[in-house]
Design a protein around this ligand. Structure first.
Ligand code: NDP
Length: 385
């Protein structure tokens, strides 16, 4: 069998590194076409050398010379800038991992989709800010979109797409994050270090903070709405602190199908990398006796208002989720830089949504403009705080 050609957008991040970890276990099965990063020159250069990548692309043009120096004497071709990222996504890889964080991933992900190839989607923000438009592109270009987010990957594995009307609801499980048992007073004082220390998953800073506010589950709810043929009221959220059941589908006969596994992203990534085959992973096998018990509870709407705000944005539709995503990215960034406190994050998002009118989302140009406008409004709110 010939090697699978792969590109990883965001290869230096948590999902990107886990993807390369899987590839490193059977390197003969893959040809790495392009690897990309934002600013992490040393990691990108070392990955490009270790995996014999054809291209290494850095988003920040100021890093171009450093990357070129780091890869001098190797056959790796080097490029930088936003256009170069899009070009990387357009190279001939048959499988593209979309694992850039934030709305910055939208353009390159779209470039890959427009080639009609298989796109493994970790970058949930692009579905949140442009879901309807993106799914139309997937259809128009006959691309295959495989969800990598563990919850959506779980649902993808157990959802009967041929009999979608037999599905009563889908349930996304949420770990509850590091502050599941903290009081509001304690949450007001948490540091970025505490917020990124997720109890079950080892992830990038932005998604870790999103998990701590539970905005992550809100973003996932919107993501699920676009990925699966369900109505918004069919999407349920339950807190499951052990993160063993990754999500479930309830059918109208009362059957509930779930996917279980250790909380290790290499499982859902491997599912998308091998699809439709399954491939081996080094993830710890689940030992139900060792676990002994699984807990479930409702999310607390008072300490975690982000979930309600995201549901309202989904209900409003149109540009509301685009605004929600942009404001959240700005607020999380400001929190990580120590400019606002943890509980302000949801406040910034909600206020941004109330300050901007919403309308139907009809083009990617509009996504871009609304995203910029919402970031400016969020920035003003953050400045005032
Ligand atoms: P990380 O922050 O660990 O990595 C992000 C990657 O994107 C890095 O390669 C980074 O480069 C690159 N990047 C960041 N900003 C830009 C930009 N402006 N332009 C181009 N590239 C950029 O994120 P994660 O791997 O944790 O998450 C990636 C995506 O996957 C997110 O959307 C997240 O929600 C989703 N996801 C992540 C999971 C996880 O386990 N981590 C689980 C499920 C979903 P550099 O290193 O140079 O900064």
């Amino acid at each position: 069998m010939s090697a699978k050609t792969v590109t990883i957008l965001g290869s230096t991040g948590s999902v990107g590194c886990n993807t390369l970890d899987l590839i490193s276990r059977t390197p003969e099965a893959y040809d790495v076409v392009a690897l990309t990063a934002n600013r992490n020159v040393s990691e990108l250069a070392s990955q490009a050398k270790n995996f014999n990548a054809e291209y290494a692309v850095i988003a920040d043009e100021a890093c171009y010379q450093d990357l070129k120096d780091a890869l001098s004497g190797t056959p790796v071709k080097v490029a930088a800038g936003q256009q170069a990222l899009d070009d990387a996504a357009q190279l001939s890889a048959e499988w593209v991992m979309a694992s850039i964080v934030g709305a910055a991933g939208l353009r390159p992900t779209l470039s890959a989709i427009r080639r009609g190839v298989t796109v493994a989607l970790a970058n949930k923000e692009c579905l949140v800010c442009a879901g309807g438009l993106m799914m139309q592109e997937v259809k128009d270009h006959s691309a295959i979109l495989l969800p990598v987010d563990s919850e959506h990957n779980a649902i993808f594995q157990v959802f009967d797409f041929d009999r979608a009307d037999s599905v009563e609801s889908i349930t996304l499980t949420a770990s509850g994050g590091p502050f599941i048992n903290s009081s509001s007073e304690d949450m007001a004082r948490v540091t970025p270090e505490q917020a990124v220390a997720h109890p079950n998953w080892d992830m990038g800073a932005k998604i870790s903070v999103d998990s701590a506010t539970m905005m992550n589950k809100g973003l996932e709810m919107i993501e699920a709405y676009h990925l699966f043929p369900v109505k918004e009221e069919q999407i349920e959220i339950i807190v499951h602190p052990q993160s063993v059941i990754h999500s479930m589908v309830t059918y109208k006969d009362g059957s509930v199908l779930a996917q279980l596994g250790s909380p290790d992203m290499r499982i859902p990534i491997s599912y998308s990398l091998g699809w439709p085959e399954r491939i081996e992973t080094p993830a710890k096998k689940l030992d139900l006796k060792e676990l002994a018990r699984l807990d479930f509870l409702d999310p607390d709407p008072v300490r975690f208002p982000a979930l309600r705000i995201a549901r309202e944005a989904l209900h409003m539709g149109g540009t509301a989720p685009t605004i929600l995503n942009a404001a959240n990215e700005m607020a999380v960034f400001a929190f990580l830089e120590g400019r606002i406190n943890f509980l302000d994050i949801a406040g910034v998002v909600e206020e941004t949504l109330t300050q901007l009118d919403t309308s139907p989302l009809t083009s990617f140009k509009m996504v871009h403009d609304i995203d910029e406008e919402a970031r400016a409004v969020a920035q003003r709110i953050i400045g005032r705080l």
